[in-house]
Design a protein around this ligand. Structure first.
Ligand code: ADP
Ligand code: MG
Ligand code: MG
Length: 886
């Protein structure tokens, strides 16, 4: 028969799926012999059964009763006994921690009869009546949705008339009467007196709280699946509100903000847990407990050390002291900031608790990315105006604008403030320093698009009442008008009025070589963990760089080569006119003259990059985009020609250009005349580029350098395309004196290339996956069109969990990659295979590429450290590879 209930002494932390995180860790602490009040856990299976049918599974309550009787026997105290009543806490707790999202009911078992027993046993009549009123309030709120203010209002009235020592026992007894009336008025019947009925109703409502609105919103934001359900922990109450020698607190075994060693926490004397939240009195720092109750404080320190050694990680705990006796109520591996994650991982290695390999699994590429962003300097910063959801990291400051057109027209930095965004807002989002919305979470349109373009974004700031027509936003009674300056933090979601100063991140400064590795504990930790990642990783990390400056920067950030040097950027600016000459060339002589003019310019470009990457490979891609991208836009030319004609003038060169643009117009340029196709139909173009590479390399050799260029052909779909380009290229290379061997390889970025990789490998010295185009062509997505239009809806509906342009689609696109790697290497053993799409800098994708056996990834320079770390993680923990985000 299915079992739905486990005593704390039966479970352990490996069973969080069934027992929930809280239950599994209560069980673990019980097994460690730590002082945990006895109790048991009702499993998540029971919750799922309840959620599916609306009723608890058959036999559940009998099972609960059986376990309850064991606890009663152990404590020699019974639920409902009017002389010496057992009281219970009923606590939610799912697989993943969802702090404060679900329900807890304390003091179950109190009624008109047992309240007297509690008073007699504790010798404290006020405490007994106060506990009873707490029960009615929590139970009324949780089980029957009675607004807590109704009770709080009455409590405040009694407190106001009470003396400095607080309400008397008599006042509290009267208050219980008032509470019962409120309860009966709302619910239509009296507060249930039968303790077992209280217990079962509490369990049911904890089950139901899994689907409360706030729990659902939280899960969506944190990407926690909706079908897990919560466990319910039922345990004996201990009382922190029994006088000055009692109290309750929370603590971390190290500082969760900075990772600094030493316990860290808050304590509240003579209180129950919910009082801390209610903020009735101020908590004191945990160190104060050392003065109030040195014995418990010392014991607590020992327990925290035990827990850290046992979990080999930062733990957070909840505890209660009842008349000088310490009880543990909760522990878990504690959440921490990105900075603390690095610092703590390094400390734990020093303390011998974990290995350097394990330390790598304790930090993520996403955390490193976060630490590289500039951050607000919050010393002396005002209170935030409001807090939303941090959806795309960064620190942005700017003037408020309320529509896309205003953002696009603005001169200085602006923050685009919208209720929510839609595709029409795209130009404004591109122009703005940051985006702020009052609706939607991490998968809203604003969040997806902002992350895609690396724009800072805070969304879902519900406290904002935005009136775009009037050009103002109200928060409480403060009204912010268009043009006022605000600051938004894409990590924490905080929003401030005015300009908060921004400081460069010490981690970024260290990575750029501006700061010493020993500068501070965080930088030292990053230095050590990255060093270890470099030592263990098998995946190389190169950079996408088109200029000597970017190549140099990438090299300082740890890149061991350039995986993608785009040549199209070298055809812009003043060189545009040379490209125009090439396109408009009338006959071979004119074309050759145009190419001859471009040759020395290209050669100088390549020489610079080869110098910056001396001794390391530089993969140079031959021209990829359609040529008409280098001509003026059709609309502009049409207007210019029309104007000339209206004035009766000869449009001259514009007329010729317009004819060319019309002739070359394509409905889908992305699928048109580009890449290798250009090389095959524009005579001499690729040959000129290849000659420039070879001559630049020869020049570097003569200068004593060690150039390692590689030539890469884009958009190949058939081996014959590559063979033709390679033949021509090799003829050119053979004619350049003093050049080193130059490998010729291809991009794999259309499905046909992946599907025929075995054939293509016969002609290619190397492969490089262009995952941006491969994603577009595999899905039939035009990125520029789809990201702004329906990606938000797709993410919202869970059609994909993350944009396939952000994280490689391992099942679809990834399958093509695996196939091409296998067939390519079968045809040409030792074939070098890399990736040069943006996915090369995404930690989860890097893990996939490592597992797929690639030789290197190439990414934008500033992502190089992130890729190095991710590659190291992939090497030490291949199975956790795809879980960087949690
Ligand atoms: P959350 O998951 O929101 O933290 P908990 O289940 O931890 O909710 O309960 C909230 C508070 O209730 C705890 O911090 C603790 O102070 C109090 N509490 C829980 N269990 C007991 C107990 N057995 N005895 C006394 N107080 C308890
Ligand atoms: Mg808790
Ligand atoms: Mg491409």
């Amino acid at each position: 028969m299915a079992r739905y209930v486990y005593d704390f002494i039966e479970g352990d932390r490996s069973r969080a799926d069934v027992l929930g995180g809280k239950g599994a860790n209560l069980a673990e602490m019980t097994r460690l012999g730590l002082p945990v009040p006895p109790g048991f856990t009702v499993t998540t299976d029971a919750c799922r059964a309840y959620l599916a049918t609306g009723a608890p599974p058959a036999g559940l309550f009998e099972e609960v009763n059986a376990h309850l009787r064991e606890i009663e026997a152990r404590l020699d105290r019974r639920l409902g006994d009017p002389v010496d009543p057992l009281l219970l806490a009923v606590r939610s707790g799912g697989r993943y921690s969802m702090p404060g999202m679900m329900e807890t009911i304390l003091d179950i078992g109190l009624n008109d009869a047992t309240v007297g027993g509690l008073a007699a046993r504790s010798g404290d009549e006020r405490f007994a009546w106060d506990s009873y009123r707490r029960l009615i309030q929590m139970f009324g709120h949780t089980v029957h949705d009675i607004p807590p203010e109704e009770f709080a209002h009455e409590l405040a009235a009694v407190r106001a008339t009470a003396g400095p020592a607080g309400p008397s026992a008599g006042q509290l007894r009267d208050l219980v009467d008032t509470y019962k009336k409120i309860f009966a008025r709302h619910v239509g019947h009296d507060f249930p007196q039968a303790p077992h009925e209280q217990l079962f109703l509490a369990i049911r409502s904890v089950f139901a709280s899994w689907n409360s609105e706030r729990a659902r919103i939280y899960r969506r934001q944190e990407r926690i699946p909706d079908d897990l359900g919560t466990a319910v922990n039922v345990m004996a109450m201990v009382f922190g509100n029994l006088g000055p020698d009692s109290g309750t607190g929370v603590a971390f075994t190290r500082d969760p903000a900075t990772g600094a060693p030493g316990v860290y926490g808050d304590y509240l004397a003579d209180a129950q847990g919910e009082d801390v939240v209610a903020g009735i009195r101020n908590t004191v720092p945990l160190a104060e407990l050392g003065r109030l109750d040195p014995v418990s404080f010392r014991r607590l320190g020992e327990i925290m050390a035990t827990l850290e050694r046992h979990y080999r990680d930062l733990c957070d705990i909840e505890f209660t002291i009842e008349r000088g006796r310490l009880w543990m109520l909760q522990t878990r591996v504690g959440k921490r900031t990105a900075a603390a994650a690095f610092v703590i991982a390094a400390q734990l290695v020093d303390e011998g608790l974990i290995t350097a390999d394990e330390a790598l699994t304790r930090v993520t590429g996403a955390q490193l990315a976060q630490l590289m962003f500039p951050a607000f300097d919050l010393t002396g910063a005002p209170e935030p105006l409001a807090v939303g959801v941090g959806a795309s990291p960064g620190a942005a400051v700017g003037r408020v604008v309320f529509d896309s057109a205003a953002a696009a027209a603005a001169t200085g930095p602006v923050i685009l403030v919208r209720r929510e965004t839609n595709p029409d807002d795209l130009p404004g989002m591109i122009a703005a320093a940051g985006v702020l919305t009052s609706r939607g979470g991490k998968t809203s349109h604003a969040a997806v698009v902002a992350r895609g373009m690396g724009r800072t974004c805070v969304c879902g700031a519900e406290a904002l009442r935005i009136d775009s027509e009037r050009g103002e936003v109200a928060v409480g009674d403060r009204v912010v008008r268009a043009g006022e300056v605000i600051s938004i933090d894409g990590d924490s979601g905080r929003i401030w009025l005015g300009e908060i100063p921004v400081q460069p991140s010490p981690v970024a400064r260290y990575l750029a070589g501006e700061l010493d590795a020993e500068a501070d504990p965080l930088v030292a930790a990053v230095h050590r963990l990255l060093g270890h990642a470099d030592a263990v990783r098998k995946l190389g990390v190169r950079a996408n760089a088109d200029t000597p400056r970017d190549a140099g920067r990438a090299r300082r950030l740890g890149a061991t080569g350039v995986g993608l040097c785009r040549t199209e950027h070298m055809f812009l600016g003043e060189r545009r006119s040379l490209v125009e000459r090439l396109i408009l060339a009338d006959g071979p002589a004119e074309r050759e003259a145009a190419l001859a003019a471009l040759l020395p310019l290209q050669r100088a470009d390549f020489a610079g990059i080869l110098a910056a990457m001396d001794g390391l490979p530089v993969t140079i891609r031959l021209l990829d985009p359609p040529l008409h991208e280098f001509l003026p836009p059709l609309a502009e030319l049409t207007a210019r020609v029309a104007r000339a004609e209206a004035l009766g003038e000869d449009p001259g060169r514009d007329g010729t250009l317009l004819d060319a643009v019309r002739r070359m117009h394509e409905a889908n340029p992305m699928l048109g005349l580009r890449g290798v196709r250009l090389g095959l139909v524009v005579p001499g173009l690729f040959a000129m580029q290849v000659r420039a590479v070879a001559e630049a390399a020869a020049e570097r050799v003569r200068a004593g350098g060690d150039p390692r260029p590689e030539i890469m052909v884009p958009l190949v779909g058939d081996v014959r395309e590559l063979a033709a380009v390679r033949d021509e290229a090799e003829r050119v290379l053979a004619g350049v004196d003093g050049a080193p061997e130059i490998p010729i390889g291809t991009m794999i970025e259309v499905p046909r290339a992946a599907l025929t990789a075995g054939e293509i490998a016969a002609e290619a010295h190397f492969f490089s996956f262009g995952t941006n185009d491969l994603t577009q062509t595999t899905w039939a997505f035009s990125r520029d069109d789809v990201e702004g239009s329906f990606f938000g809806a797709y993410l919202e509906r869970g059609i994909f969990p993350v944009s396939p342009f952000e994280r490689i689609d391992a099942t679809g696109v990834g399958r093509l990659i695996r196939l091409a790697v296998a067939e390519g290497r079968a045809a040409r053993p030792g074939l070098t295979v890399g990736v040069c799409g943006e996915h090369g800098g995404d930690p989860d994708s890097v893990a996939f590429f490592a597992e797929a056996g690639l030789d290197y990834v190439s990414c934008s320079p500033y992502r190089v450290p992130i890729a190095r770390l991710a590659a190291g993680r992939a090497a030490v923990a291949p199975t956790t590879g795809t879980s960087d985000s949690r």
